[in-house]
Write a protein that binds this ligand. Sequence first.
Ligand SMILES: [Zn+2]
Length: 307
Amino acid sequence: MIPFTGNPLDRASVRRTDAEWIATQRKAQSSLVLPMWRLQPFIIGPEKAQPPLELGFLKPGLADSLAAPDAPCIFLGLEGEHAMFALDISAARDPVSEGPIAGLGHFRDARAAGATLPMKDVAIMGQAKAMIDWHNRHGFCPNCGARSALMDGGWKRFCESCNSEHFPRTDPVVIMLAVHDGACLVGRNKRFPGNFYSALAGFMEPGESIEEAVRRELMEEVNCKVGKVHYHSTQPWPFPSSLMIGCIAEAESRDFQPDGEEIADAMWVDREKAKRLIAGERMPDISVPPAVAIAHHLIKAFAEGSY
Ligand SMILES: [Zn+2]
């Protein structure tokens, strides 16, 4: 399974618009609240705790005094009878060592948490992180500039000034492996360290299909011409709000030329080498993304001979 997918919560979207129900659940003793501090999830136990780790869902009220009065609180969904919320407590100075939740757990960078939490917790954490991040960056109406207000358990912002509604956004990104006769093409972004190569990627643009974005990005970044494009899988990627659309593209030849701007280098990797890389073998000239990234799963699918 691809990390950040497989969220087990029932999003119960029909309940979101019932403000009274949301307010009751927010205080109910059966409900659970996940504190998020500066976009980092709360995790049970000390920082050096060994896996399996667990998200720090708490009884309502426990962490409330740490949150600013207008801090985003998101209704994540239902787990059985339990209503699950995420609360932004970024206003707190140092919640790990002082205040009501001190000593109960720690906060961990969301990317690091994505690589260490159990899969179901990664998906819930990603949902919470993406939502709180969106509210933090969208406090004002894009239509008239007035301050907007959180509604529907966090799934909408409403501007009273111009009577407009605004919804959490997801930005589509294409991420793809070009393949040709038993080899796949990976690139090294200028920002990547040393020998780190990955699938190429780029934001989709308005007025483009997924296939068109894949072809354009491969042309722009490595001057590689591809024909048929196959959909593989998607991954919500809450940094801050992307949806990674994983594809495999059939290259017309092995020709390529990195643009030198974004992509410093690229190389064709044959199936045997891809297999060894995915199995974790260390090589001097190339390393590939870990399993938290969809790029890993695209390379794995190629290595297993699916394309
Ligand atoms: Zn407005």
